[in-house]
Design a binder for this molecule. Sequence first.
Ligand code: UDP
Ligand code: MG
Length: 327
Amino acid sequence: MSLDSEQIELSIVVPVYNEEQNLDCLFERLESVLEPMKVSYEIVCVNDGSQDNTIEYLIAHHQRNSAIKVINFSRNFGKEIALSAGLDYSSGAAVIPIDADLQDPPELIKQLVDKWHEGYDVVYATRRSRNEESLLKRFTANNFYRIIAKMSRVPIPANTGDFRLMDRKVVEAIKQMPERTRFMKGMFAWVGFKQTSVLFERPKRYKGKTTWNYCKLWNFAIDGIASFSMIPLKIWSYIGILVSFLAFLYGSFLIISTLIWGIDVPGYASIMVVTLFLGGIQLISLGAIGEYLSRVYEEVKRRPLYLVRESYGFANEQLEETTQETL
Ligand code: UDP
Ligand code: MG
């Protein structure tokens, strides 16, 4: 898929959304790491509907260095989908997704590649600490990883972002996963293969500010749980059995006490408690079913995952200026 006929060894995939301030520094650091490694490389940048001048910057860099390739989305589709598009377009023997804000230090690429040469298929970069983050962020992140570890059948490594090296066979496996709700952390883990990790200290964002707020993070967490665990869907039958059993005990108690002590009219409190409790449980279970149903609906619509407005630097002409469906 690349312009040069020789096989590309390393593909760096960068999802980019409003990052004009970071791009110069990003490419400078990436190039200063990649050039001395003497490997053939490409840097696949996916512009995820940025509202600033990101695309102009990207095109300028592409004209300077043809190894920098650009995909321009028709609108903002979100980081996870931008990453999927990057994987679709990349052709390297190993692929490394990296954030554009320099929170994933490019200098670590060398270590990732060394581990890959040792024979690992996936080398993920795990953050050593979250010390510089706020207490609330740390608390929510830790709990998220704890809950998802309990609920999901595949082990999802904690404190690990999308920064990792994947062998081509892993990328091909991920490309075969057609789901629309793309919780990449889980998908990377789901495919398995021989994995290892390297530790690193995650720096602060270089410039600009993050687009992730707690509302988005909450939805992200729900996406993760709903995509990789059926427990919220299945647990209701067990809660139902438990509640029915308790109701049976209470019913028996009422019948017996009526037989022994006669009819006792005041029962308002107990009826209210039982009605409200059951009403609450039913609403929660309906909500859980709704979460899954909405995802099923998303899947059956079978819309394309993303639309590409134009692309720069890819040899395959038919990919350019067309819509691309990944299945
Ligand atoms: N990003 C994206 N689409 C979005 C939001 C973010 O492609 O809708 C990119 C962004 O440009 C960056 C990466 O995803 O390269 C991580 O985003 P951010 O730094 O905002 O997230 P955080 O590091 O806070 O998790
Ligand atoms: Mg960031």
